[in-house]
Design a protein around this ligand. Structure first.
Ligand SMILES: Cc1ncc(COP(=O)(O)O)c(C=O)c1O
Length: 389
């Protein structure tokens, strides 16, 4: 009989076998969709133990929780209805009214907007700090307060694809008794396992690489059982549980995560090297390039450099022509699926930011972000070449 809490030695094997099969699935090899809102009572002693989809405790949830915890080397995990549900529930579990938190100054727009628009309503405050490559970590002290509880960062930032000194973040947090939360969406578990690097909580938009097929919205929170129980309890109140059918699709997608990300890493590396030498390109942001400012940080912590890159065309018109001419990648926001996607961040993900602030962040109209898919790399290279010519 397979033990569904068993962990295997390697990530690739855990992605396929950890968490499954659940004991209640009548011998099915793939976890079926348990499309039942509620379940017969047995001898539940606590509210959290009553089986109900919103309480995230159906067989579809349990399989994913075991799998996610196994792949990130953590005690526990939780799936959520979106990446933002994972992020907001995690922050609200560790930052209460009257508390303060530190947050990286180049966060995903939805996370920054949650802090900008909602922190005052929840009664907490925050300061943005620079944790990017070359940042002066001694400057973080200046933003620290007696009531600072959390430091929140991203493994790879968007859209400049920067990797900060994440070891320094862990050391700073330990020295100052802060909970560390890291959004690992861009790097993915294949390239980076933050718990092994000393972070407390990992969040993902599972919509992206974990799901991998651009067909669900989902999130994940991973950490110690003590921390995850806290986040789970908050999530029950906020109502951000994941529907069983989306759980099924997420589990199916995760089985191929290692294969997909290995291919995305190598495709992105080839594209970045090609773009870096192209006369129509001013600059490429990709940590896999040896002279990229993030290369040293990424090399020391990551197993691969990821499938996300961005580049500045030599001018706005060239960027526009590239987007009009490229034929394989789709022009769409989001990322992490099997298909390559291109966007102009100044006109999509960062449209809500004032133009002068966009310029300060380096998000100019000549910047193009690429989520590299698993297509044939020679065909992708040929397409980029004709679109830049
Ligand atoms: C880095 C990062 N974190 C979180 C999110 C939010 O995820 P979701 O759209 O699944 O709520 C996104 C979405 O683009 C993202 O890019």
């Amino acid at each position: 009989m397979t033990d569904y809490s068993k962990r295997y030695k390697t990530l690739a094997t855990n992605l396929i076998h950890a968490g499954a099969p659940h004991p209640n699935i009548e011998g099915a090899v793939a976890t079926p969709v348990f499309q039942s809102a509620n379940y017969l009572m047995s001898d539940e002693q606590t509210y959290d133990a009553v089986r109900y989809i919103r309480l995230n405790n159906t067989p579809n949830h349990h399989v994913l929780h075991n799998k996610l915890a196994a792949i990130e080397s953590a005690e526990s995990a939780l799936v959520t209805s979106s990446g933002m549900a994972a992020i907001s529930a995690s922050i609200l579990s560790f930052v209460k009214a009257g508390d303060h938190m530190l947050a990286q100054n180049t966060l995903y727009g939805g996370t920054q907007s949650f802090l900008d628009d909602d922190s005052a309503g929840f009664g907490f405050s925050f300061d943005n700090i620079d944790v990017g490559p070359g940042a002066d970590s001694s400057a973080w002290e200046k933003s620290l307060r007696d009531n600072t509880k959390v430091i929140y960062v991203e493994g790879i930032s968007n859209p400049l694809i920067e990797v900060g000194d994440l070891r320094a973040v862990v050391e700073f947090a330990k020295a100052n008794n802060l909970i560390t939360i890291l959004d690992n969406t861009f790097a993915t578990t294949v390239n980076f396992r933050p718990i092994e690097a000393g972070f407390d909580i990992v969040v993902h938009s599972a919509t992206k690489y974990l799901g991998g097929h651009s067909d669900i919205v989902a999130g994940a929170v991973i950490g110690s059982t003590e921390h995850i129980d806290k986040v789970n309890h908050k999530l029950l109140h906020l109502g951000g549980s994941l529907d069983p059918h989306a759980c099924f699709l997420l589990e199916r997608g995760m089985k191929t995560l290692a294969l997909r990300v290995e291919r995305q890493n190598s495709n992105a590396q080839r594209l970045a090297e090609f773009l870096a030498k192209h006369p129509a390109v001013r600059k490429v942001n990709y940590p896999g390039l040896p002279d990229d400012p993030s290369h040293i940080n990424a090399k020391s912590l990551f197993d691969g450099f990821g499938g996300m890159l961005s580049f500045y065309a030599k001018d706005d018109a060239t960027a526009g022509r590239f987007l009009d001419s490229v034929t394989i990648p789709k022009y769409a926001a989001s990322l992490g699926g099997v298909e390559s996607l291109v966007v102009r961040p100044s006109m999509s993900t960062h449209l809500g930011i004032a133009p002068e602030e966009r310029v300060r962040l380096g998000v100019t109209d000549d910047l193009i972000r690429v989520s590299v898919g698993i297509e044939d790399v020679e065909e992708l290279l040929a397409d980029f070449k004709q679109a830049l010519s």
